[in-house]
Structure formats: C-alpha cells, structure tokens
Design a protein around this ligand. Sequence first.
Ligand SMILES: Nc1nc2c(ncn2[C@@H]2O[C@@H]3COP(=O)(O)O[C@H]3[C@H]2O)c(=O)[nH]1
Length: 703
Amino acid sequence: MSPVFTIHKIGLNNMGSAANEDNTSSNWMQRQFSKVTRNLRYRISGEGNSKTPDWFLDKFAAQTFTDPEEPLYQAKRSKLLCGLKLAFDPTLPGHYHWLAVVSLAILYNMVFVIGRAVFWELDKLTVLWFVLDYLCDAIYVFDTIVHIHEGYLEQGLMVKDPKMLRKHYLKSVSWRYDLISLLPTDLAYYWWIPGTCDANCLPCPVIVRLNRLFRLPRMWEWFDRTETATSYPNAFRICKVVMAILVLIHWNACLYFAISYAIGFGTDNWVYNITGARNETLAHQYIYSFYWSTLTLTTIGETPQPEIDAEYLFVVADFLAGVLIFATIVGNIGSMISNMNVARVEFQNKMDGVKQYMAFRKVSGELEARVIRWFAYTWAQSGALDEENVLSSLPDKLKAEIAIRVHLDTLRKVRIFQDCEPGLLEALVLKLKLQVFSPGDYICRKGDVGKEMYIVKRGRLQVVADDGKTVLATLSAGSVFGEVSVLEIAGNRTGNRRTANVRALGYSDLFCLAKRDLWEALADYPDARATLTERGCQLLRKDGLLDEAVFENAQTTQQSMEETVHKLETTVDMLNNRLQGLLTDVGEEQAKIKQRISKIELRCVSCLQNHNLRFMDTEDENTDSDDLTSLAASDLRSDVGGYSELPMISAYNTSMHLLTHPMPVRERGHSLSVERSSGLLNRAPEPRSKSLRLKRIHKDTSK
Ligand SMILES: Nc1nc2c(ncn2[C@@H]2O[C@@H]3COP(=O)(O)O[C@H]3[C@H]2O)c(=O)[nH]1
C-alpha cells in the first residue's frame, strides 16, 4: 500500500463512519461516470483521439472559447472559403506553415538567382531551373492571395470581412513589395535566351529575376513567428544568424567572381584566374570565390593583394562590411551563447558564495558536504530555475494555469484538491513555494510553532514520535502535512505547536504554504477548511491531543453563531422583500397623484384663460408682498411644480377664489399682452424668492 494511502486510511478508519465512505465512493462513482461520458463525447466528436482527457485538467484548466460560427474558425478547417470570400487567420498553425513554404521559395531565389547569374555553368541545367523558378512563382502568386486576405486585429477582434481585409492590405506598404516581386520580368527571356552564357557574356539572363527578392519581408515574418513560438529561441537565433552569414558570404563570393569577370579573368593576381583545367570547373570557381569572400568578410586577410583601384575599393568595402556587419553578428552570437549559460553561471556564483562563506566561518565539513549535495540536487532537478521571476510578468490566471499543469501529477494526488472548487486551487497554487530538503533534514519538530503547511511534490518523509524512531506515518508525493498546528483547531492541546516530527527520508521537494496564505484562501472556501479541520481532528484524536469538550463547545458556539447569522440573513431578505413591495406601492401612488395634478392643472389653466388671467414673472420693485393674488399665484405655481397634492388643492381653491372675486386692474402702458398664460404646465418649480404676480390684463383700450 502506498504511503499516501496510509495517511488517508488512518483518517477513514478513525472516522469509522460508513456515511463518509459512501460519500467517497459516490464521489468516485461520479468521477468515473463523468470520465466515461467525456470519453464518449470525445470519441463521438472525433476529438482527442490521441490524448485521453484528464478530469483534473478538465476541471481546473481554463477553457478556450472558440465561436463555432466564426468564419475564420471554419477557414481553419477548410482553409479556403469559396469564391472571393477568403479569410486566413494568421494565428493558426496552417498559416505559419505556409509562411515556412514561402520562406523556402524566397531563400531559393536569394541563393540561386545571383549564383546562376554569375556562375554560367550553373545556369546550364535549364529545365530544372525552369521547374523550380515557376514553382516558386506559383508559391508567390498564391502567397499574394493569402497575404491580401490575412485577418488582422482591430479592437482586439480578428477582422474577417474580405472587403475590409483587402482594404487593409492596400493601405499597407506590403502590397508594393508583393507587386514588384510578382512582375513577370522573365518576359525578357524572349530576347535574352537563358542557358546561352559563357565566360565572355555575363551576367546570365536569370539576373532579371532579382525582383523576386522583394518578398523578403514575408521571410522576416516567419522568423519573427518562429522566434516567438519556439521553445528554443536562442538555438533558433543562432541558426538564423548562421544562415544570414552564409548568404552574405555567398553574395560576396558572387560579386567577387562578377568583378573578376569585369576586370578580366587572370589579368592580375587578385582576380580569379580561369585558365587551367581545374580553374575552369564550376566547383573550383565557386569554392575559391566563397573562400576569398569568407577570408575578406571575416577580416582575416591572407588574400592576394589588390592591384588596381577598383579592386582596392571593393576590398575596402568588404572589410567595412566585415567589421560592421560581421563583427556585430558574431558579437550577437557570443552574447546569445553566454545568455544560454546565464542560469548556470548565476547558480555557480551563488554556490561559490556559500562555499566561501562556509570556509570563512569554519562550518563543519559534514554540514558543508550536505550543503554542496543540496546544491547539486537542486541543480539536477530544476536547473536552478527561478520560477517565480520567470513567470512574474504573466497575469495570475495564466500563472495559475501553468503552475497547475507543471505540478499536475502532484496536485491531482492531493485529496483536498480533488473535490475542491477550481478557485481554491488557483488561489493556493500561486502561493506555493518550492523547498528542497536533504535526507535526514527535519521539516518540523514537535513543539515548534506551526507557521506553514506542506504538500509533498517528490520524495519520502516520515512522521516520527518523540523518540525519533517510532514512525507514525510515511508521506509521499501528494501527501499534506503540517496543517494541524496552522489551522488552530479548537481543543488542540498543543495550541499552535507542531504535534509531531516530520523528517525527510531522501531528497524531498515540498510545496510550502504559509499560514496567512492558507487562511486567506480558506476564508472563501469553508468546505475545504472543514475537510482539512476534520483530518486534523482525526490525527489529534489518534494521538489523544484533542480536548473533546472544548472542541464540542467550540463547534456548538460556531453552530449557534452560524444559526444566528443564518437567521439574520433570512430577516434581511424578508425586510428587503417588504421594502420592494412598499417601493412598488409608493410608485403606483405617485403615478396616480401625478395624473390627478395634471387634471387639476388643466382645469385651472382653462379657467384662468377663460377669465383673461395670466401668470407673469416679475422681479420689479412693485412686488407687493401683501398682495393676495400674488401669494395665491405663487402657491399655485410652486406647488403644481412640486406635484404636491394638498397645496395644489389650496392653489386650486385660491384660483377659484380669484375667479369669483375679480382683482383690480393693473395696467402696463397702453399695451395689454397675454404672456405665457399656458406656461404653467411646462415649467419647473422655481424658488419662492422670485416674486410672481398674477395680473389681470384688459385689452388695449384702443382695440
Ligand atoms: N500528530 C500527528 N501528526 C501527523 C500524523 N501523521 C501525519 N501527521 C502530520 O504531521 C504534522 C506535524 O505538524 P502539525 O502538527 O502541524 O501537523 C501534523 C500532521 O499534518 C500522525 O499520525 N500524528
């Protein structure tokens, strides 16, 4: 029986509750059932044929959303949508592979167009070159179609409308390069027939295909994508640089040969000498030129001395290129290689520091040997990877997902994680710190204050009694320990002290979880906390360290508190419901009142209009505060505006009073105007300080 099982078994035996076992087995059955249904689903849909679904991963890994209606998603399967409705998702692997094919075609043109243009012997294999050339041209044509319909991101969403894609393409500079690279310059072959060149007529006609190099940006794109995607970026960078160096040397070799031709083969010591059986062969021509080019660009020198000005100029240009380009490239390679080693160098520095310290402080030989063994083990296991720093730039969700996947084997064995909510594992996994212990190390000793709990990632540990010999339990990957003292279980006779010694048998990698982090996480997951507490109680009971009375008391108190909280929650819910009801009633009543006010307003206004009365705002000095009409109107307006029923009624009464008791006439010059007599309905309430007068206007006497 595995040690993990041992510790679980102790728990179950001590519980002695069939109900719990039933629970466990029903959980197990549920899991099995969901496993089977998932399997079936995978088989029916044809997905995941190669991989068996993992219930633990299914539960905790974030799901990636793919909209099945997404046209680009469909394009992923069919690659092409019929007609002109094309859209290619540049994030899909298919697109990446296509770029690789295009890059090969570009590389072919980069190497062979110039090579064949200069080394006429090479251009003799006409049929082969025709096939390869036009195959590359076909790739270019198809690539242009792909390029035009490549999706791009706008506001974080992939644009897939072909019209918009075409527009976007035409707005970019790429279309110019694509167009130039597609120009059918080979039409020149009609007059300038390929394969007819010799030492007296260079360059060969294939030189007209040099425009094919304008597609180089697509190659850079592939390089960028590979550099981002590859797991070995440094190795890839080195390969890229080596390739760049070789192409550069090749081009320089071709130039050297072309210049030799221009000056005249064999006219001096510097140029290529074509006479002689060996020198006439294509292999020797190319190898010598390549050799010359390498020596010059790497500034090693040792090449024949230039003799005429043109030769000097060419060599100077080559040296400059060698220093500027070559030295930079080679320097880059150097730094890449040292970057690849940086982890090892840092680790060695740390180890040397510790060794020096131990020698300086005269630490005993045995301890020193243990420390060195610890370093060796740490390096062998993880390469001294600083996982926290490496992932520090990622968002927490992604970090958690990576951590779950990296430590999947351990985490899926931890019992509390098997049934817990995904959120708890996410919360905990980010707080786990990896610690390595050497054989014989005590992780905790009985009586120490418990400040953290542990999950065993790798290795074997023993829980030992005071005598150091009696083994209470053996722990292995997936076991949890140290929770008893950090959970502060009521009735624990040892308080927050360790209840047992835990010792590493071999090298052990443990995930350490600080008490504060554990409490913070468990605060939101009471079920998980109850499971851990229950397990802790079983251990305490087994060792006779649990004061049952105190524990029961605490449980009862907690239960009563929970009940009280529950009651309070119910009351709050009830009150909320009643409040909602009351608010609805108030709303209805308000609506009714508003209707009534509107009716009264209408009646008021029509009455006033019938009697040639009007409201008018005045702030003039004639305001007469005792004027009954003024006050009445003021009341009427402000109360109507405020939709208050009672004052409105009094306003209404007042207006009725005004109607039955005509007011003295107040004249304003000779003109009598009817101003805003209907404004009453539309106006918002205004402060009472603004005096308002009700005026009764007679018509112009002249009228
Ligand atoms: N007391 C006790 N602790 C055990 C036993 N088996 C495993 N342990 C773990 O050993 C840990 C020692 O520290 P803690 O008391 O914090 O928590 C303890 C338990 O998690 C056991 O049989 N008795």
